[in-house]
Every structure is written in structure tokens, then in C-alpha cells.
Design a binder for this molecule. Structure first.
Ligand code: GLU
Length: 332
């Protein structure tokens, strides 16, 4: 029997959800639903100082408002600790220890400032400057001595020159070595916060996720996650990276775009079906701007035929979304 597709939403609740989040959620939801699969919601609240339970509540309510549901995970009415990364540290610790015991992780004493100043010189991949490997060759006895002395240290993955290959569901075959994606990446910061790469790899595997749909800005992370999954003996999901939604100036939507938060659109009285309609148009699922319910898009959805270019929201799109366009029409 074919495996059931299990997708996921994995937001970081550090601000109000915006159109960009709705876009990723909608596409992940459609990909799972179209395959008759399930979708789970996981809160990526690793960095407790930046995340807030209020944003989590608002995000869940905003997703529901758009007509997007999920089969597993917390809901606005019910907390589910196991779907919050902040409650899963023992699992990440176990994975880290396994890597350490296999010689695949090493302590690094470089401060962030050190890494930044070293960064201008050597290899610069598309994940930013690669870590030059300063602490990679430290003798274990020397590292143990510095740790015993109380020096702060992070843990890094010991990369090899292996090339990781995967067939992206939209962008096709991808081949990258870790040297092109940041080199020996961090597994745990010196303040004890586990890295996104470690947590997401462990969680996707342990939660049985088979299909990851996420922004193409995360593409350089995928080889790192494949490396971790392989090192931990865990199965990798399939990956579909999706184009980004950009503002009228061509900038990626971010939490600072307050006017594009779902909350402010709701406050303006914008219909959720209009939001979905705009996103569907941007994804090439409708040939004109019209109100639509996510359910109505499931049947014909095919992620592989989506236009792969980023979508820039035009003034016309925004006018349609907020009803300004029509109002102008009415008055003249
Ligand atoms: N938590 C990440 C974000 O909100 C998404 C990570 C992922 O999809 O792998 O950007």
C-alpha cells in the first residue's frame, strides 16, 4: 500500500502571521490534501525569548479563519506540549549525543563575533559565509580542558565533502555539498539553544513527516538536514521548495510588514476567501482574481506545475484584496 502523505506547517511564532505565512500554509495544506494525506502543526519555538504564546494563538486562529485545518497538533482550545519544539529538548539532546559519540559533532569555542570576522575571507556559499573550521581539528583533550575551565562553546556538525542530492518537487534535481551551505553548521548554540537544523530534522523524522513544503529561502538548509538525517539513521521526507511572495518593492514579506498581517486584514473586514483567492492567483491556480475557499482548490492542485518564479504582490492585487479597487469603481 502506498504510504500516506504527511505534511506539516512549522511556523516560528515570533510575530503576527502575514500573507507569506498564509501562502506557505496554503500550499503545504493543498499538497497534503490533494494527495489524500494528513497535515500536522508544529510550533518552532526553540528560541523562547523570541516566541510568544500569544502569537501562537493568533496564528492558529488566523489559519482557521482562512479555512485551513490540521489533523494533529495544538488548537486554539487545546495545548499539546509534544508539538512545541520548546518541549522537545531531550530528543534533540539525545540526537546531539549520538552525533558526538559517532565523532560527527565537535565543540567550537569561536564566538559569533569571531565567526563574523573570519567570514569575510574564505568560501562564501549561498547560506552565507561558511564556518572556516577553526575548532574542527582541536585535540579532544584540549577541548575537554577548555570545557572544564568553563569556556563557552557550541556544538558543530563535522561535515564531509559528500554531495547531497534530492529531487525537489518544483525546482527539480538539487546537488549541494555542505561547503556550499555554510560548512560545519551549528547544532547547539553556546547558550544551550538547539539549532533549527537539528530540531527540524529530528522532528520531521520522529513525527513521520513524509512531505515538506516550504519557502525556497530554506533550500540551502535542506542538504544540512539530509546530512543530519543520514548521520542519525533517520528517514528523509520529500521536499518541495516554493517561490516567495514579495511586496510591491520586491522585498520578501516579513513580520515587519504589519499592514500585510492577517490580523490587520481581518480588522479591515477583508474576507478570508479573498485572501485565499489572491494567493491562488499568485500560485497560478486561478486565472483571475476571485474569491475562493481552499477546499475548492484541492482537486486540481498540482505543485509541480506552479510557476517557479517569486510572486510580487502588485498595487492592483492589494487594491483588490482590501476592496479599494472596487470602491473606486463604484464611486466613478
Ligand atoms: N520555522 C520555519 C519558519 O517559520 C520553517 C521551517 C521549515 O519549514 O523547515 O520559517
Amino acid at each position: 500500500m502506498a504510504q500516506t502523505v504527511r505534511g506539516r506547517f512549522a511556523p516560528s511564532p515570533t510575530g503576527l502571521a502575514h500573507l507569506g505565512n498564509a501562502w506557505s500554509f496554503l500550499l503545504a495544506w493543498l499538497a497534503a490534501r490533494q494527495a489524500g494525506g494528513e497535515i500536522l502543526l508544529r510550533m518552532e519555538d526553540l528560541d523562547l525569548e523570541r516566541c510568544s504564546p500569544v502569537y501562537m494563538q493568533l496564528l492558529m486562529s488566523d489559519m482557521r479563519w482562512l479555512g485551513l485545518d490540521w489533523d494533529e497538533g495544538p488548537t486554539p482550545e487545546r495545548e499539546l506540549a509534544a508539538y512545541h519544539q520548546s518541549n522537545r529538548f531531550p530528543l534533540y539532546e539525545e540526537a546531539l549525543q549520538m552525533l558526538v559519540s559517532r565523532g560527527l559533532a565537535y565543540p567550537c569555542f569561536c564566538s559569533r563575533k569571531d565567526v563574523r570576522s573570519m567570514a569575510s575571507a574564505p568560501h562564501v556559499g549561498d547560506a552565507g559565509a561558511a564556518y572556516p573550521g577553526t575548532c574542527r581539528g582541536l585535540h579532544p583533550a584540549e577541548a575537554a580542558r577548555r570545557i572544564a575551565k568553563g569556556e563557552r562553546f557550541s556544538w558543530r556538525f563535522r561535515s564531509t565533502d559528500r554531495v547531497y542530492r534530492f529531487a525537489d518537487g518544483l525546482y527539480g534535481l538539487q546537488e549541494r555539498a555542505l561547503a556550499d551551505c555554510g560548512g560545519d553548521f551549528s547544532l547547539r548554540r553556546s547558550d544551550g539553544v538547539f539549532s533549527y537544523q537539528l530540531a527540524v530534522s529530528v522532528d520531521d523524522a520522529l513525527m513521520g513527516v513524509t512531505q515538506v513544503v516550504r519557502g525556497r529561502d530554506i533550500l540551502p538548509s535542506t542538504p544540512r538536514q539530509l546530512a543530519l538525517l543520514d548521520a542519525l539513521g533517520l528517514e528523509a521526507p520529500s521536499y518541495v521548495h516554493i517561490p516567495l511572495l514579495l511586496d510591491a518593492e520586491g522585498e520578501r514579506l516579513a513580520k515587519r510588514h504589519a499592514s500585510l498581517s492577517l490580523r490587520s486584514l481581518r480588522d479591515l473586514g477583508v474576507s478570508p476567501w479573498r485572501v485565499v483567492g489572491l494567493l491562488a492567483r499568485a500560485a497560478g491556480l486561478c486565472d483571475r482574481l476571485e474569491e475562493v475557499h481552499p477546499r475548492d482548490l484541492v482537486h486540481s492542485f498540482q505543485i509541480s506545475t506552479m510557476p517557479p518564479a517569486d510572486y510580487k504582490l502588485s498595487d492592483n492585487d492589494m487594491a483588490w484584496l482590501t476592496g479599494r479597487g472596487e470602491e473606486r469603481g463604484k464611486h466613478h
